[in-house]
Design a protein. Structure first.
Length: 277
């Protein structure tokens, strides 16, 4: 993922070594939560968030694709006005990447969105006495329909919760599979609305995934699950790590190529007010 960095000005005190790197698939060490501050930047109409992080050694700049916002990560002792100047120096870079983001698609009646790699029409069908909250139907056009029952004001939330549940179900199955193949065990799995990662693994064995993986072809979700399971043994991206991923998923290169080419487009689908866990 594209990112701009700059070293902060020298200061009397020092910070711990080890810069923060934002990647789509990461092995994440446990650290204290960052402190966030909203920043107004002349010439930008999107939110700008400054995050102070104890392990940051330099200023970094990235685009949160989900929130369509700018995130500046800075060392704890970096001044806010220094962060503002950093954004201003790279404002053309920020505008270019914001402009490249695909137009958002909200959860509404008639929207077309993928599910497990196949396009579906979203249809709010109103209250129904029988049947599941979300069901599959067919139209004459041939494109499958995701029929969401319930009052219109609740349909988007019901659909969002269903997508999270479907993502969790598929991910739990694939994590269990790959963990058994590699002789590993995950402590917990969560599904979230992650802005810059498809998945992450903590040193305590906690796996976290983006709900948007349910929109991609199954091989892509499978690859991300295998990737994070391998991090349970190797908290890095070295040769031994990739050997583990390939051992449990020989077709990993196909999924990696799809994600590199199409991953950005998955962030256009809006699932605001995501459920926790």
């Amino acid at each position: 993922m594209a990112e701009r960095t700059a070293m902060p000005k020298p200061r009397p005190s020092t910070t711990k070594a080890g810069g923060v790197s934002k990647t789509k698939l990461t092995a994440k060490k446990a650290t204290r939560p960052s402190r966030s501050i909203a920043l107004a930047i002349t010439g930008l109409e999107v939110p700008v968030e400054v995050r102070r992080h104890r392990s940051a050694r330099r200023l970094t700049l990235r685009i949160n694709q989900t929130k369509r916002s700018v995130v500046v990560t800075v060392p704890l002792r970096c001044k806010i006005d220094e962060a503002g100047r950093f954004v201003h120096r790279h404002i053309d870079w920020v505008r270019t990447r914001l402009h490249a983001l695909p137009s958002p698609i909200t959860f509404e009646d008639g929207a077309i969105m993928p599910l497990r790699g196949a396009d579906h029409i979203v249809q709010f069908v109103g209250p129904r006495v029988r049947g599941a909250v979300v069901s599959f139907e067919e139209l004459g056009s041939g494109m499958p329909v995701l029929a969401i029952k319930g009052m219109p004001e609740h349909a988007a939330r019901r659909f969002r919760d269903w997508l999270y549940a479907e993502a969790r179900r598929d991910l739990e199955a694939r994590v269990t599979y790959h963990a058994a193949r590699l002789g590993l065990r995950a402590r917990r799995l969560s599904v979230r609305d992650q802005g810059s990662r498809w998945g992450s693994c903590s040193t305590s064995g906690m796996l976290s995934f983006s709900w948007r993986l349910i929109l991609a072809p199954p091989i892509v979700l499978d690859y991300v699950a295998a990737h994070e399971v391998a991090h349970l043994a190797e908290m890095n991206h070295g040769p031994r790590f990739w050997a583990l991923v390939r051992k449990t998923m020989p077709d990993m290169d196909i999924a990696k190529a799809w994600l590199l080419k199409n991953g950005l487009a998955l962030h256009r689908y809006d699932a605001s007010e995501a459920p926790k866990g």
